[in-house]
Design a protein around this ligand. Structure first.
Ligand code: BT5
Length: 281
């Protein structure tokens, strides 16, 4: 594991990121800010002003970091990575959900490159095992703008808990950080360089072959074959996860053997059903 000591509390060192990344264009234009509301907002504004793809914005702190569906992303100063990338994929708008999966897969690959046994949970939570539990170490938020059935731009936001040691009460039993898993401070610059190096080739493959690139990468880093329950409108689907569909839907084989599709909603691990019978001794 590459556990170069980080300078905790110091601003992100953009020069170190540039010297360590292996990307040929992604993140070469890098704007780092001390604090902001959300790095996704800064990139969206640049996108509307015509900035080219590849722009990277990072912040040492976000005051209103956000997750999907109006949820918030805990973004304390200095310890972690908060980054957004501007992409202008030459792909149809229906491929935005697979692009999100591609990002999760590339993020998991980057973490594995650092020596962490990271798994992606549908759609895009990055999990690390802590004892018997899986805890969230990173998340991806894709915000896209379309023109007709084409994508005009995508803001890909990634939050990684690199060095946080103590989480607020509401996250204490579901979040973790690379530092907690590894036992030492990690360099945010190393982690960011790995993410850029992993995402660029994945994205280039997506640009040329589309959805298949996303499915392959996501499935290679997901924990499939586990029993889960997906809460969907009007009830839930329970069964074994088998993969993802072309449109990014999670596929679950239910107990009747039917493959069901989950397009949105929360997916949680489910206990194996108790099939003991009788016992009227
Ligand atoms: C996500 O949403 O996981 C997407 C997170 C994306 C954050 C990045 S940071 C840079 C960029 N700028 C932004 O404003 N956002 C992006 P979601 O799947 O909806 O998960 C949100 C849920 O994760 C919350 O409701 C909490 O339960 C939990 N959570 C919040 N902060 C967390 C953290 N730091 N670590 C782990 N879990 C967290």
């Amino acid at each position: 594991m590459n556990a170069t000591m980080g300078h905790e509390g110091a601003p992100l060192d953009t020069v170190a990121v540039a010297s360590r990344r292996e990307s040929t264009w992604l993140g070469h234009r890098h704007v780092h800010v001390n604090t902001c509301v959300s790095t996704n907002d800064l990139v969206a504004a640049q996108a509307r002003a015509g900035a080219p793809e590849g722009l990277l914005v990072t912040a040492d702190q976000q005051t209103h970091g956000r997750g999907r569906l109006g949820r918030s992303w805990h973004s304390p100063r200095g310890a972690n990575l908060y980054l957004s990338l501007l992409l202008r994929p030459r792909r149809p708008a229906v491929e935005i959900p697979p692009l999100t999966l591609l990002a999760g897969g590339a993020l998991a690959k980057a973490m594995r490159g650092l020596g962490f046994d990271a798994r992606v949970k549908w759609p895009n939570d990055l999990l690390l095992r802590v004892g018997e539990q899986q805890r969230k170490v990173a998340g991806v938020l894709t915000e896209a703008s379309t023109e007709g059935n084409r994508i005009s731009h995508v803001v890909l936001g990634i939050g990684v808990n690199v060095n946080t040691e103590i989480f607020p009460d509401d996250l204490a039993d579901k979040a973790t950080s690379l530092r907690l898993a590894h036992g030492a401070v990690l360099s945010r610059e190393d982690v960011l360089a790995r993410i850029l190096s992993a995402f660029e080739p994945a994205y280039e493959r997506f640009q040329s072959v589309g959805v298949a690139a996303a499915i392959d990468l996501w499935e290679a880093h997901a924990e499939l074959g586990i029993r889960c329950r997906a809460h969907v409108s009007g009830g839930y689907i329970e069964g074994i996860t088998t993969g993802v569909a072309d449109d990014g839907a999670l596929l679950i084989r239910d107990d009747a053997g039917n493959v069901r599709r989950v397009i949105s909603g929360e997916v949680i691990p489910a206990p194996v059903p108790n099939i003991q019978r009788g016992g009227g001794g």
